[in-house]
Design a protein around this ligand. Structure first.
Ligand code: PLP
Ligand code: COI
Length: 364
């Protein structure tokens, strides 16, 4: 049975003038909409009390499981405003399914996918006017679940809360689609075999922060992790998947059970095949990448994810030197795929895959 949602309207709401100002330069994840969704879970009763309520601080008990053992999972997806004023989500069921897989790994309860999608829709509808319509803008939706039992024993919490918050966003990187430099983390790994690398859980991001600081200190915007096995296989970036483009248009992305199963990457591969590209999901070493750049076999690379969309990579930088295409404009295939995907998301192109889910009606 699907959950029924109640709504408590926020009394303090953003004014039209304030919202217009926010939409002028939203940045990424700094301002949040007027409402949020919460659904509680207990071991005895399961999921209950689904509600849309005013956005605001939570009362956190100092003994909440999440504060001590990091029992938390999250998702990221976007709502797009189309030219006719309607608002659409991109593949929300895929995020719902992935949140369930993360829940299994982190011993949290699995929210049914229908309830996940409905929760996202409820928030987008409650804060309908918050979805921006500017170039490259969208409403970033952040669903998450955390253990909130008051107990310090190390075992799965017997109570949890699922929430959704939303934030109007522009480009994740301040320079938009300008190619980014990536720092190769030689000492830190993100994930190990049997670990939590394929789950979208806060701890993976916490452990990426020190290497990301190293990246920033070296003039890079993201960190690239290698496999912990010492085999020099490339995995992914701190918050994005990675795709290499060969001269014949073939796309290559690392395959590993220690990385996040990216919805953007999977969608791009489907789209690229539809457009006649070959795709390969297989183990790739950093040496194959470097030698491929030097021989001219690998001609472009990009980062992809919900937040980053598709961002071209200019260089891989490490203490031993760098390689890539420091002086190159964004690659042709990168930009072609970027346009094809963002045109579907923005409603400017047909959606042959049935990826878009409508949330609000066109405006008269
Ligand atoms: N890898 C990591 C570590 C991420 O945080 C993300 C972003 O969610 C991705 C990959 C890309 O996943 P998706 O395309 O589903 O957003
Ligand atoms: C996303 O793309 O949704 C993420 O979670 C990645 C993070 C860098 C914002």
């Amino acid at each position: 049975m699907t959950l029924e949602f109640t709504t408590t309207q926020a009394t303090e709401r953003v004014t039209d003038e304030q919202l217009a100002k926010i939409h002028e330069a939203p940045g990424f994840g700094r301002v949040f909409t007027d409402h949020m969704v919460s659904i509680d879970w207990t071991l005895e009763d399961g999921w209950k009390d689904a509600r849309v309520e005013p956005y605001g601080p939570l009362a956190i008990d100092p003994a909440h499981a999440v504060l001590h053992y990091g029992q938390e999972i999250f998702e990221g997806l976007k709502a797009y405003r189309h030219e006719d004023g309607s608002v659409w989500l991109f593949r929300p069921e895929e995020n719902g399914k992935r949140l369930q897989r993360s829940a299994v790994r982190m011993a949290l309860p699995e929210l049914p996918v229908e309830d996940f999608v409905e929760a996202c829709k409820q928030l987008v509808r409650a804060d309908e006017h918050w979805t921006p319509s500017g170039h490259e803008q969208s409403l970033y939706i952040r669903p998450f679940t955390f253990g909130n039992e008051v107990f310090l024993g190390v075992r799965a919490a017997h109570s949890a809360r699922f929430m959704v918050i939303a934030s109007p966003v522009g480009a994740y990187f301040a320079d938009g689609v300008k190619p980014v430099r990536i720092w190769l983390s030689e000492h830190f790994n993100r994930a190990g075999k049997g670990g939590t690398g394929s789950a979208k859980t806060g701890g993976n991001y916490a452990s990426s922060l020190a290497p990301t600081q190293e990246a920033f200190a070296n003039g890079c915007s993201q960190v690239l992790f290698l496999s912990s096995l010492g085999d020099r296989h490339i995995e992914e970036l701190g918050g994005m998947n990675l795709v290499l483009v060969k001269g014949d248009g073939t796309l290559v992305t690392p395959e590993s059970d220690t990385i996040l199963d990216g919805i953007t990457r999977n969608s791009l591969f489907e789209l690229a095949e539809h457009l006649g590209h070959r795709t390969e999901m297989r183990p790739v070493t950093i040496d194959e990448w470097q030698e491929g750049v030097e021989s001219g076999e690998i001609v472009e690379a990009f980062a992809c994810g919900t937040a980053a969309v598709i961002t071209p990579i200019s260089e891989i930088v490490s203490p031993d030197g760098s390689f890539g295409w420091p002086d190159q404009e964004p690659g042709e295939v990168t930009m072609k795929l970027r346009k094809a995907l963002t045109d579907i998301q923005g409603g400017r192109a047909e959606d042959p895959f049935g990826w878009m889910v409508q949330v609000t009606e066109a405006k008269a």
